[in-house]
Design a protein around this ligand. Structure first.
Ligand SMILES: [Zn+2]
Ligand SMILES: [Zn+2]
Length: 321
């Protein structure tokens, strides 16, 4: 009690929250609790268990796992040195920490297939703007140790179910396949050659990164980059037989589950570890600033870089709002 009185009496005290970080107040918290509780209910009926990892992690976890040429690592990580001069990063996403925990705790010994979900604050050190915060919140799921196209369809059905439960019915589900470590490098080379011929039309970011991360160019929002890549080769038309078969199976299961979707061949994700099925769920029910994005990554193709076991094949989807 006395501390509250003191705060009020100290007229020089003018401490506010860190820029881009928000309080969730009574009156708003009920909505958050509803979204979180609905996720717990729906995800657990699909056999997913919650996992909670620490908010700070060693910076190298994200550098190695996300890839050093992505925007997240280049300019958006919330990184600082602690008192022992260790580089610490407030987690920018949930997949890498879950993977670390999965391996550190040998969860694969308990069950070869781990279906996990997480929810909580994530951090990016970027200029705060409407709808983009330095502390934001994410709900995600990871299905580890399984590559079956049924799990893709199951996760998409689960999301569909979740959005219905929270009252968002007008969602458009777009799916695409990004190939695998077999077929993706071949496609990358084709794409790099295509981009090379149009280099002067690309934005400076893309001119710099097109070789290291050519898929990111297809994802670029700059007008010149969009125009220059209108008829770029599509990854889904350059899949190996296994990926092609996998993608067809996902679509067959979705149809049999009555989940409406469309194939969006332009949809790519720049992150290296997005493999095979990727998707976005888009709705305008939340207003343009709160366009709902849900993304999926199937296989951790670069496990070696994170020092993780090569045999671990996680898949994940994350949704953030
Ligand atoms: Zn493939
Ligand atoms: Zn660009």
């Amino acid at each position: 009690m006395s501390s509250i009185v003191n705060l009020k009496e100290d007229k020089d005290l003018n401490v506010v929250a860190i820029k881009g970080m928000n309080d969730i107040l009574p009156g708003e918290i009920e909505t958050w609790q509803f979204l979180e509780q609905s996720a717990r209910e729906v995800f657990s009926t699909y056999g997913f268990s919650e996992i909670r990892t620490p908010v700070p992690e060693k910076t190298e976890l994200f550098c190695r796992s996300i890839g050093e040429t992505t925007d997240i690592v280049e300019k958006e990580m919330y990184t600082f040195s602690d008192k022992s001069d260790h580089s610490i990063t407030l987690r920018p996403e949930g997949t890498a920490p879950v993977m670390r925990s999965f391996i550190q705790n040998r969860l694969y010994n308990l069950d070869p297939v781990s279906k996990l979900y997480y929810m909580g604050p994530m951090f990016r050190y970027e200029r705060p703007q409407k709808g983009r915060y330095r502390q934001f919140h994410q709900i995600g799921v990871e299905a580890l140790g399984v590559e079956d196209p049924k799990i893709d369809a199951q996760i998409l059905a689960m999301l569909h179910h979740y959005f219905n439960k929270i009252g968002i019915n007008a969602v458009s589900l777009q799916v695409n396949s990004l190939g695998c470590p077999e077929c993706r490098p071949v496609y990358r080379d084709t794409l790099i050659a295509y981009l090379e011929a149009r280099l002067n039309l690309l934005c400076s970011d893309c001119q710099r990164r097109y070789k290291a991360n050519p898929l990111r160019v297809l994802d670029c929002k700059a007008k010149g980059c969009k125009e220059a890549t209108v008829d770029a080769p599509a990854v889904s038309e350059n899949l190996c037989t296994a990926c092609d078969e996998h993608f067809s199976q996902v679509q067959i299961y979705l149809r049999s589950l009555d989940i409406p979707f469309e194939v969006n061949r332009r949809m790519v994700r720049g992150l290296d570890y997005y493999v095979r099925t990727t998707f976005e769920l888009v709705t305008d029910q939340l207003g343009s600033q709160m366009r709902l994005l849900v993304r999926r990554m199937m296989v951790w193709s670069k496990v070696g870089r994170a020092g993780l076991r090569e045999s671990v094949l996680p898949s994940a989807l994350s949704g953030w709002f």
